[in-house]
Design a protein around this ligand. Structure first.
Ligand SMILES: *[C@@H]1O[C@H](CO)[C@@H](O)[C@H](O)[C@H]1NC(C)=O
Ligand SMILES: *[C@@H]1O[C@H](CO)[C@@H](O)[C@H](O)[C@H]1NC(C)=O
Ligand SMILES: *[C@@H]1O[C@H](CO)[C@@H](O)[C@H](O)[C@H]1NC(C)=O
Length: 404
């Protein structure tokens, strides 16, 4: 166990706690999904851009054109080797008939739409598609994230925000990385930037990673409603039904979930990266646990936590576990992993700086709550209160004991 601990520690010294968030959509000319016919225009096509939709369009290669109507306010960014030439009447396979084709890539997309970002803890993971799982508020850029708009892509995003400033560490746009507010402010004055970023919002770069080893809150609480509105639009403005009894609401999420939430109170020694690695190496990376996803982050403690007033510190560590099981099995795998983590905390929690913890679970089969950890005062009170509540409500509840 010591050896494992130290190997995790060593791995960790190289890590920086970075999160990279990459914007998914683009407005590229060669992207077939940006055209209403689902393919890139043919040489014989009449190309239509909506004249009222400002857009910047990256063109990667050369194209023959018959006719093209342009937006009033827009631009083409030509990559090396890109160009437009008049159609010379020569034969192009698949382009025998002339038809109208419209650019649909200029829809109004919101910065705060959690479905339009993918996140990873390294650039390598981002490239390999090894994305991290997180609550909805943390799926959009957080205050110490590195933001990436892929090189060789154009885009269009509405950055209207509820906060005066949108904070993050750095931003990379078309291959250029900005780490200083001055350089970014200068870029934001360009006509390209004005086509890329619309709406009321101002970027402010922190140019630093989260300074606390226990982690930093994401900082998107003020835009919670905006984030959830964008998300729920994809579900017909309603949360999908959670198929378990008494589903759980993680802090920072838009909809309730089935699975498990572990809440940790921590002392000065707690290191969130170290602990994340511990959970990954000890539990989630095991083959038997594929299908279980975890989000771990520092969150702002709700005013009352499980019905009691929180202790002095204003933040807690939230671990959300979900699985891909269905029906009566929904959430049971996440619940099992959560219980394993709780036992691990019981044994080693103190050495990680964990001072109190509680577990809530919701599965397709039953509902349960259990708490444990040292010192047990808060947890004991929580559990006691829950028991009382449950008895009062006449609900059936099952406890998995931890030897108390
Ligand atoms: C094309 O655009 C869509 C929507 O903007 C995006 O999801 C997709 O990743 C893009 N495909 C490529 C190859 O860039
Ligand atoms: C940007 O989005 C806001 C709503 O979040 C909307 O009021 C505004 O009109 C949008 N601006 C543009 C230019 O689309
Ligand atoms: C859950 O996901 C894992 C890994 O992707 C897969 O092997 C497993 O079959 C999935 N289980 C269900 C019930 O979909």
């Amino acid at each position: 166990m010591k050896a494992l601990f130290f190997s995790i520690l060593l791995n960790h010294l190289g890590a920086s706690g970075a999160v990279y968030k990459q914007w998914i959509p683009n407005t590229n000319f060669e992207n077939a999904s940006n055209w209403d016919r689902g393919h890139v225009p043919c040489a014989t096509d009449v190309i239509l851009f909506d004249k009222n939709k400002d857009v910047s369009v990256f063109v990667q290669s050369s194209h023959f054109l018959t006719e093209m109507s342009m937006p009033l306010n827009g631009e083409f960014i030509m990559g090396p080797g890109a160009g437009f030439g008049a159609f010379d009447g020569s034969y192009h396979p698949g382009c025998e008939t002339e038809s109208k084709i419209s650019f649909t890539g200029a829809q109004r997309l919101q910065w705060y739409d959690p479905t339009l970002w993918q996140a990873a803890t390294s650039l390598e993971d981002l490239r390999r598609g090894k994305y991290i799982f997180s609550t909805d508020e943390e799926r959009v850029p957080c205050q110490y994230d590195d933001i990436i708009f892929q090189p060789q892509t154009s885009f269009r995003v509405n950055i209207t925000s509820s906060e005066q400033f949108i904070h993050f560490r750095s931003i990379s746009i078309m291959g250029q990385t900005f780490t200083s507010d001055d350089a970014l402010a200068e870029y934001m004055q360009t006509s390209t930037a004005k086509l890329q970023f619309q709406g009321q919002g101002t970027f402010q770069l922190s140019d630093t990673r989260c300074p606390y080893k226990s982690g930093c809150e994401c900082g998107n609480a003020a835009d919670h409603d905006r984030i959830c509105a964008a998300l729920l639009q994809k579900y017909g403005n309603q949360c999908p039904v959670a198929t378990c009894r008494d589903p759980l609401m993680p802090v920072g999420n838009c909809c309730e979930i089935c699975g498990a939430i572990i809440s940790l109170e921590y002392s000065a020694g707690f290191d969130i990266e170290l602990y994340r690695n511990r959970i990954l190496h000890t539990f989630l990376n095991l083959p038997k646990n594929t299908g279980v996803q975890m989000a771990i982050s520092k969150v702002h403690k709700p005013k009352t936590f499980l019905g009691i007033l929180p202790r002095s510190s204003a933040s807690l560590i939230q671990i959300v576990l979900m699985d891909n099981r269905t029906g009566s099995q929904t959430g049971t795998h996440a619940e099992q992993v959560a219980k394993d983590i709780m036992s691990d905390i019981e044994e080693h929690g103190e050495s990680f700086g964990i001072v109190a913890n509680s577990l809530q679970t919701a599965t397709g089969s039953h509902w349960s709550a259990l708490g444990g950890g040292a010192p047990a005062t808060v947890v004991g009170a929580v559990v006691g209160l829950l028991v009382m509540l449950l008895l009062l409500l006449g609900l059936s509840c099952s406890f998995t004991g931890n030897g108390r």
